[in-house]
Ligand binder design. Structure first.
Ligand code: 6PG
Length: 254
């Protein structure tokens, strides 16, 4: 499903409504919701809306039944300005009554980034076990997309996209991002896609080409990782602003 909205405030409101409805549905049907958050700057206003007691969304969610996880994290401590957890904590987590043990952050502060990835495998296990889930299917996976079409920390040319043997066994990987000269911790493609619903939030002109490649371009997943979502398109909610939609052939007028 593709929703095109006017601007970033409308984007955050549309995403807040979609995510809140998905969480409400999951709690009704499964007595809980396992939600993976994304990093970057796009979701900051969304997180603020979800945590704002003056908005309707916060009270609609029974936060005692929500487990929060992350799709990826930078190799930094949680108080670092680059931390995906840190941003979400400041904008959302600190403002909602979610039990601390239901907030599962990736420990980007660990020197050994592979250890952080292995540890998060256990954290994932603990979250699903605590939620009495026999499968390891997320209820909501929130993702953003980079200008190069990356999702989470799965960048163009990533070994995770070339069918490397290890991706088959792990749900979490430590990946070197050469263009960033930095390590990242990320859920692997299969794990990202293993969700009942995926919400993809994209804003801005700079993303217009990547959006077009993701939705309309010829299949080249290793160069356009967001094309991974085509494999589960019936469960994906693309919510983008007019600027990000600017290169779509099918973009409706207005
Ligand atoms: C990260 C995110 C990443 C992000 C995109 C878009 O760690 O940066 O997980 O996948 O969603 O890079 O980032 P912006 O919202 O800042 O454009």
């Amino acid at each position: 499903m593709l929703t095109i909205v006017d601007d970033e405030r409308a984007l955050a409101a549309a995403a807040a409504e979609r995510i809140t409805s998905l969480i409400e549905k999951s709690i009704r049907e499964r007595h809980g919701a396992i939600v993976s958050l994304t990093g970057g700057s796009t979701p900051r206003l969304l997180y603020r809306y979800l945590g704002d007691p003056m908005q309707s969304w916060r009270a609609r969610i029974d936060w005692s039944r929500v487990h929060l996880l992350w799709g990826d994290e930078r190799h930094v401590p949680p108080d670092d300005p680059q931390s995906n957890f840190g941003m979400a904590h400041e904008a959302l987590v600190n403002h909602v009554p979610i039990p601390a043990f239901q907030v599962h952050r990736m420990r980007g502060e660990l020197i050994n980034v592979n250890e952080a990835a292995r540890e998060y495998e256990s954290e994932l296990e603990a979250a699903f076990l605590d939620a009495n889930r026999s499968d390891r299917t997320f209820d909501v996976m929130l993702l953003g997309m980079g200008e190069d079409g990356h999702v989470a920390s799965i960048f163009p040319g990533s070994p995770l996209l070339t069918g490397s043997p290890f991706e088959v066994t792990l749900s979490v990987a430590a990946v070197w991002a050469p263009h960033l000269n930095a390590w990242r911790i990320t859920l692997t493609p299969a794990t990202l896609l293993n969700s009942r619903a995926i919400v993809m939030m994209v804003a801005g002109t700079a993303k217009a080409d990547a959006v077009r490649w993701a939705l309309e371009g010829p299949e080249q997943v290793d160069q356009h990782p967001a094309q991974l979502l085509r494999r589960v398109s019936d469960r994906v909610y693309w919510i983008i602003d007019q600027l990000a939609a600017g290169r779509l052939h099918a973009a409706p007028p207005g």
